[in-house]
Design a protein around this ligand. Structure first.
Ligand SMILES: N[C@@H](CCC(=O)N[C@@H](CS)C(=O)NCC(=O)O)C(=O)O
Length: 209
């Protein structure tokens, strides 16, 4: 296998945390998004969508989404489960991770991609050019604030998002909160449950990747 990564980007960090939690080793090839290596012919041959993460399997086929890679690795390395330990937990984890991605990760991304000068003609990833919409900068921040409040309420006195076990829902939420610093959104001081959870998951060795 080969994992195409970018050390500074939030999406592949979700895979790095997953790999670290599983305590497995996969050879890494760094794709420097800052110097636009995702648009090089050699990388387009690997992933025509021009994004990371990518997992190249031993038969040469590729997985080009965080979710596809997670599912594949969970199936291959079932010990230390990160997607629930039974059917009910699996359903809950997928449900929550989807919502965290839609309402948190995408909200931060919406604000960031419509603001940063680097994305002036690339408000979306891939080979097509799309201009920025400045109104989405503030709307994305507003959505991020609502996301923080929802997470705080959901957590209450739970240890992790889906219950008493760490999962991919926690991974996407952690990465989203760190990503939100790029748009200058921080967890509000009165969101105590969210702050406590964030401190707890940030202490895990996997969070440092
Ligand atoms: N949903 C995809 C999103 C992947 C994605 O958008 N990755 C970003 C880095 S966080 C990327 O490759 N960007 C390339 C670009 O901006 O051109 C996944 O999680 O796999």
């Amino acid at each position: 296998m080969r994992f195409y990564d970018c050390a500074t980007a939030p999406s592949p960090r979700r895979v790095r945390i997953f790999i670290a939690e599983k305590e497995i080793t996969i050879p890494v090839e760094e794709v420097d998004l800052a110097s636009r290596q995702q648009h090089n012919d050699s990388f387009i041959k690997v992933n025509p969508h021009r994004t990371v993460p990518v997992l190249e399997l031993d038969d040469g086929s590729v997985l080009t989404s965080t979710q596809g890679i997670w599912h594949y690795l969970e199936y291959c390395y079932p010990s230390k489960p990160l997607m629930g330990r039974n059917a009910a937990e699996r359903g809950r984890v997928i449900d929550l991770e989807w919502r965290v991605e839609q309402e948190g990760f995408m909200a931060v991304g919406e604000s960031f991609r419509n603001k940063s000068k680097a994305f002036k003609r690339h408000a979306f990833t891939g080979g097509q050019e799309y201009g920025q919409i400045p109104e989405l900068i503030e709307r994305g921040k507003l959505r991020t604030g609502h996301f923080f409040s929802w997470l705080d309420q959901l957590l209450g006195d739970r240890k992790f998002l889906a219950g008493d076990f760490f999962s991919i829902a926690d991974i996407t939420a952690l990465v989203t909160i760190d990503f939100a610093r790029w748009i200058k959104c921080e967890i509000p001081d009165d969101h105590t449950a969210l702050k406590n959870w964030y401190a707890e998951v940030s202490r895990r060795p996997s969070s440092c990747v």
